[in-house]
Design a protein around this ligand. Structure first.
Ligand SMILES: [Zn+2]
Length: 394
């Protein structure tokens, strides 16, 4: 028999009544599990300031209706770890890149249960990509034995600025076939569930802040260096999107006005020096024909002098831009994402050196780290955002 939590255990309650208080307390418990993840009942009591006996009885009710699950008997009931039930509902993550789309289905604990990635042609069209995502979702659901109504919400990331309503900003030069499209409405229709849309670097920042290198950090930047270059900013513990969602477009700060034209229409943007295609172009004169930045990083890690030099120079240039970011925002941590981050110290040491050289001395030097979530940072950020917006029946 299905025991999915489709209705509130207590039913609707009059405001101010005992029952309404009970619903409010249940919501606090669920929100604590949502923000803290795998947590003990004692931890929930601390977070919510509810009496341990109240937490214990609410957890029992929500376990009975399959929204929560408890694990472990050590330390008595209050030491039991509480998480979402693995069958309480599912989330969809869709990461759209310049050359790929990756689709994942996760449970409410953000454990990815199935995923598939496929390459896309350059200049892809929104409708084609969404149709591909729908096809992959259908295959993944079939494989997991999940019906469409069990997918509660999707998080979708794009390599372009996205406004607060989930529309792609009208930046035709950045992602031409998505510009001006009401992505949220279109994707919700095609994927058949409510969709949260976010810029990919912003999603990477949320992913690393919640699940990766930035856990517990208040002020951090996530730097996406790939076919496009951008930053996601978490300030005061929250994603900072700016007035129209375009905060952190660090790839388009000008490094050299006399240099080559950027796809945004300006000249000499940071992106024209450090994007994947720029890195591949720099390596070519050495006789190597790498297919991807991953190949360049592998060769650098194996000691190839030309590839090592290109990786280090890219780190130095990124460091110059990071220094400006540090002077403006003073983050505690800068996380480097994208294929280049796999080079570790080969890219981070020159990046740090540039930050030391160009940022204001005293107090503005951030810690710099490679992404902990690696290629999954955007997808996991999308899932975190989807879960944060999903109303759960309490
Ligand atoms: Zn540009």
């Amino acid at each position: 028999m299905s025991s999915h939590p489709t209705t509130a255990p207590g039913g609707p309650a009059a405001p101010g009544s005992q029952a309404a208080l009970r619903v409010a307390n249940r919501r606090r418990v669920v929100d604590a599990v949502r923000s803290l993840g795998d947590v003990t009942q004692a931890g929930i009591a601390r977070e919510t300031a509810l009496a341990p006996s109240t937490v214990s009885s609410i957890v029992k009710e929500l376990t009975a209706c399959d929204l929560l699950a408890v694990e472990g008997e050590h330390g008595g009931r209050r030491g039991q770890r509480v998480r979402f039930s693995a069958s309480a509902g599912f989330l969809l993550g869709v990461d759209v890149g310049h050359r790929h789309v990756e689709v994942a289905v996760a449970d409410l604990n953000l454990t990815i249960r199935a995923r598939r990635r496929t390459d896309l042609p350059a200049g892809h069209r929104a409708t084609e990509v969404l149709a591909t995502a729908r096809e992959i979702l259908s295959e993944l659901r079939t494989g997991l034995g999940i019906t469409a109504d069990r997918v509660l919400r999707a998080g979708l990331t794009l390599p372009a600025p996205v406004d607060a309503d989930g529309k792609g900003l009208d930046s035709r030069a950045i992602l031409p076939h998505w510009a001006g499209l009401d992505v949220q409405a279109t994707a919700s229709r095609v994927l058949d569930c409510p969709v949260v849309v976010e810029n990919d670097a912003n999603a990477g920042a949320v992913g690393e802040h919640t699940l990766g290198a930035g856990r517990g950090v208040q002020d951090m930047a996530y730097l996406k260096v790939s076919h496009g270059v951008g930053a996601g900013l978490v300030l005061g513990g929250r994603l900072y999107r700016g007035a129209s969602g375009a905060a952190g477009e660090i790839g388009h700060v000008t490094l050299d006005e006399r240099a080559g034209l950027c796809r945004c229409g300006n000249r000499g943007c940071l992106e024209t020096f450090v994007s994947s295609s720029a890195v591949l172009e720099l390596v070519r004169p050495s006789g190597r024909q790498p297919r991807s930045v991953r190949d360049v990083v592998d060769a650098a890690l194996a000691g190839d002098p030309g590839c090592s030099r290109v990786v280090a120079d890219t780190g130095r240039l990124l460091g110059g831009a990071v220094a400006q970011l540090c002077n403006l925002l003073n983050p505690e941590l800068v996380v480097l994402g994208g294929d280049l981050s796999r080079a570790g110290e080969l890219v981070l040491a020159p990046l740090d050196e540039s930050v030391r050289r160009y940022a204001l001395h005293g107090g503005t030097q951030p810690r710099t780290m490679a992404s902990e979530l690696g290629p999954q940072a955007h997808l996991l950020g999308a899932l975190v955002l989807a879960r944060s917006k999903t109303p759960l029946p309490v």
